[in-house]
Design a protein around this ligand. Structure first.
Ligand SMILES: Cc1cc2nc3c(=O)[nH]c(=O)nc-3n(C[C@H](O)[C@H](O)[C@H](O)COP(=O)(O)OP(=O)(O)OC[C@H]3O[C@@H](n4cnc5c(N)ncnc54)[C@H](O)[C@@H]3O)c2cc1C
Length: 424
């Protein structure tokens, strides 16, 4: 196939691309979505499934409030089960200092009408009857938060988009974006050139690489998150997301997804040196939570493996088994009635972090018709439904109902000189 044309062409079939395709197709817009691997194969199927308003940046809260409203009707809207549960998000405190930190967020939530409150240790134990940790001093709880099964959601959006006429191209990477006189006009894909009036970039961890040749700086770094899944446990944990000594969420089949809370890994690549300086102002806040590693990924980036979009159809980093086993041990101590815990599988995913922890959403200044939604900084799953709705409205020139200035694509701008941008 070559020189096909769409009103809107979307690059990247994670939750953001698929939800945008769905909302556009529903509005009768012709859409093509191009995914280098399988829909939802990267972050969107690998996350913990938390749909969280609690402890969000105030700029994101109005979007998350709308997203939660959309989540509550999403199974009906998409016509399929997503294992959506609205049973709260709980951050546990083991010392008074953490509890006091949590309390500072309550007025922010309240200003937006949220039901966030501090629970006493007794209330935590009432909420989680099998929880047996006597160190717990209480927790921050938002009952309207929820969770869903990540493996189901991007795929459900893509199927529903396809049923409304969107064309979904899997195993079709986009190598570059073509523009004429500043207007985005076509994609170069593995299936040839695709013309489009509007192009949307929802490429998650790959975004800086795709935009760099256009002279667009997107200073995002990869942070590796790790998750493990247990055997079916003979206890019920209310199907909420809890963050304590470990982070966990019970699935509808009784298995529990476990992760090491507040621990993250940065595998150094050449990008670490290009974009790392943009993170220096916030480095102190995260120091101690991060572990850096120099190894395979540095070699791969030096060999140029991440510079094309076909070598890694699906980014599939190796999980930190030791850390996951430690997390499972802590979980077992807190839930002795769960019995012996076996980790049936584990996986990892690269999250695309921005220096200010906020995503980039909107039309890229100086590039008419080129839109992006990326850099969700480890918290984009919950936002997927609202971002899909907002992107579709932005593209059609409709009011979005939200202040998107904090997410402006040029807030880090410092034009990169490339051969392509010099000739643009
Ligand atoms: C371990 C882990 C835990 C997380 N936990 C949570 C959580 O509990 N709650 C929450 O809200 N968020 C969480 N997140 C973050 C969340 O998963 C992401 O923010 C969200 O999924 C981002 O969606 P996306 O569509 O932007 O990116 P992705 O899902 O990464 O999709 C981008 C897609 O673009 C494709 N692509 C890239 N380049 C090209 C190209 N050139 N051509 C074609 N296709 C291309 C990729 O193959 C990929 O499928 C977590 C993430 C991880 C990894």
């Amino acid at each position: 196939m070559s020189d096909c044309s769409f009103e809107v062409a979307i690059v990247g079939g994670g939750i953001m691309g698929a939800a945008t395709a769905y909302n556009l197709a529903k509005a009768g817009v012709s859409v093509g979505l191009f995914e280098k691997g399988r829909v939802g194969g990267e972050q969107s199927s690998r996350n913990w499934g938390a749909v969280r308003q609690q402890e969000r940046d105030p700029a994101e809260l109005p979007l998350m409030l709308e997203s939660v409203r959309l989540w509550t009707g999403l199974e009906e809207e998409l016509g399929t089960g997503l294992d959506w549960y609205q049973r709260g998000h709980l951050s546990l405190a083991y010392d008074e200092k953490t509890g006091a930190e949590f309390e500072k967020w309550i007025p922010i939530g309240r200003e937006h009408g949220l039901d966030t409150r501090m629970l006493s240790s007794k209330e935590v134990h009432d909420l989680l009857p099998h929880y047996r940790d006597s160190d717990c001093r209480g927790g921050l709880f938002t009952s309207s938060d929820g969770c869903a099964e990540p493996e189901k959601v991007a795929v459900a959006f893509a199927r529903a988009a396809s049923a409304r006429g969107a064309e979904i191209f899997e195993l079709t990477s986009v190598s570059s974006i073509e523009s004429q006189n500043g207007d985005a006009c076509a994609l170069w894909t593995e299936q040839g050139r695709m013309r489009a009036n509007t192009i949307v970039v929802t490429t998650g961890a790959w975004t800086s690489r795709l935009l760099k040749p256009l002279g667009i700086r997107h200073p995002s770094l990869w942070i590796r998150g790790n998750v493990a899944r247990t055997n079916v446990l003979p206890i019920e944990i209310r199907k909420l997301v809890a963050w304590g000594k470990t982070a966990y969420r019970q699935r509808s089949d009784g298995r529990v997804n476990i992760a090491a809370a507040r621990r993250a890994f940065h595998d150094l690549t050449t990008d670490s040196f290009v974009y790392g300086p943009a993170f220096l102002p916030v480095a102190r806040d995260y120091w101690g939570r991060f572990r850096f590693s120099v190894g395979r990924h540095m070699v791969r980036s030096l060999m140029g493996e991440f510079a094309d979009f076909t070598t890694h159809r699906t980014l599939d980093p190796t999980p930190e088994w030791k850390v996951l086993e430690q997390a499972a041990k802590l979980f077992a101590q807190e839930y002795p009635e769960a019995g012996p815990i076996r980790l049936e599988r584990g996986w990892a995913g690269f999250m695309d972090f921005m220096p200010d922890n906020l995503p980039v959403v909107g039309e890229i200044p100086g590039h008419r018709g080129l839109f992006m939604a990326a850099g969700f900084s480890g918290a984009g799953f919950g936002m997927g439904p609202v971002i899909g709705r907002i992107m579709a409205d932005l593209i059609q020139g409709n009011p979005t109902g939200h202040d998107l200035r904090p997410f402006s694509p040029n807030r880090f701008s410092k034009r990169i000189r490339t051969r392509e941008s010099e000739h643009a």
